[in-house]
Design a protein around this ligand. Structure first.
Ligand SMILES: Nc1ncnc2c1ncn2[C@@H]1O[C@H](COP(=O)(O)OP(=O)(O)OP(=O)(O)O)[C@@H](O)[C@H]1O
Ligand SMILES: [Mg+2]
Length: 338
């Protein structure tokens, strides 16, 4: 049995402007120690898909359907108290917007130690030393001093690292890292991803890594889900996706990745890691057009209006998910063989 089995997850927001199908029939599974990447443009449903598993999307207006079995237990049926027990201990989230998640009136150290003491019976001195060590590991200098400071004494990037430390201290079975490094500078980004990867190996933790950037997820994940307009349009191992994307949207995402600059690592040569160019990002080839309004999806394939390979059928019939010809667990949703 998989650690986490998500089946036909739907999250529909009933708004004044209509029904926003933020997530529309998403299925995936995750085993212990797996790293699963989710990639897609802004608004594709990455955050809502993961946060709905933990009861963290506002409901109403959200209507959540499907199943999400964690060790066989359906998370979608649980009440608030049971979900709170699962959050942190079984599944931790590094939120995309972390700035509001720390208590401004409590010292950083106390907030970190609380993660340990609510889940384990351990002496305060141990909780303190483990918290301090984790602060050091996420790259906070002088962690011993920092433990006794308040959130306002930390920069935005440092607060993000504190949130990461909190999520990791709990040693969850599953870590959901929602754009964990977007707000951080490039050196720290690499350091944090490295840390997540180290801990993932050390603890056998499963990780769901969400990002706009194909490079970031490709480097870490064994499997990638490409999301568009609330659905998975392609799934597969990064090497397979890079060798030959089967969905035009995957191809467009790859074309929008920064080109490798010089030699660099193998991953960098493959274009798997974003590198700064003379202190700034290289200009990307943006994907032409914009994602559809999720309250008003076009008939047929939602990518059709932007797709360079579009056929008549694409504007009429939404393609079903189908296995790739090589059938390596890889699937895609497209009428066209690109
Ligand atoms: N509370 C809400 N009410 C109505 N619509 C919502 C709500 N929350 C999210 N949405 C919509 O759901 C869709 C998916 O949003 P989501 O935040 O999951 O996107 P995302 O892929 O995480 O994007 P980003 O990369 O910008 O974080 C978007 O169209 C968003 O506007
Ligand atoms: Mg998001």
């Amino acid at each position: 049995m998989a650690l986490l089995e998500v089946e036909d997850l739907k999250v529909h927001f009933h708004t004044r402007h209509g029904v926003v199908k933020a997530v529309d029939g998403v299925s995936f599974s995750l085993n212990q120690g797996d790293v699963l990447g989710i990639v897609g443009e802004s608004g594709s449903g990455k955050s809502v898909a993961c946060l709905s598993l933990l009861g963290l999307v506002p409901s109403p207006p959200a209507r959540v359907a499907g199943r999400a079995l964690l060790n066989g237990q359906d998370l979608l049926g649980l009440d608030g108290d049971r979900l709170r027990q699962i959050r942190g201990r079984k599944i931790s989230v590094i939120f995309q917007e972390p700035m509001t998640s720390l208590n401004p009136y409590l010292k950083i150290g106390a907030q970190l130690m609380e993660v340990l003491t609510t889940h384990e019976r351990i002496p305060a001195a141990d909780a303190r030393s483990r918290s301090e060590a984790m602060l050091g590991r996420v790259g906070i200098p002088d962690p011993g001093i920092r433990m006794d400071q308040y959130p306002h004494q930390f920069s935005g990037g440092m607060r993000q690292r504190v949130m990461i430390a909190m999520a990791l201290l709990a040693k969850p079975d599953v870590l959901v890292a929602d754009e964990p490094t977007t707000a951080l500078d490039v050196t720290i980004q690499a350091q944090i991803l490295e840390l997540i990867r180290d801990l993932q190996r050390e603890l056998g933790m499963a990780v769901i890594l969400i990002s706009h950037a194909m490079g970031v997820v490709a480097e870490m994940s064994a499997q990638i889900l490409v999301m568009y307009a609330g659905r998975i349009v392609e799934r597969g191992a990064p090497a397979d996706l890079f060798r030959k994307p089967l969905h035009p949207y995957t191809r467009a995402l790859m074309d929008s990745m920064p080109a490798p600059t010089d030699g660099g690592s193998a991953a960098e040569r493959q274009g798997c890691r974003e590198r700064p160019v003379a202190g700034r990002r290289k200009r990307l080839a943006a994907i032409p057009g914009t994602p559809p309004d999720p309250a008003n999806l076009p008939a047929g394939c939602p990518f059709a209006p932007r797709c360079p390979y579009v056929l008549d059928i694409c504007r009429k019939t939404d393609p079903e998910e189908r296995p790739a010809p090589e059938n390596s667990g890889r699937t895609f949703r497209c009428h066209v063989d690109i």
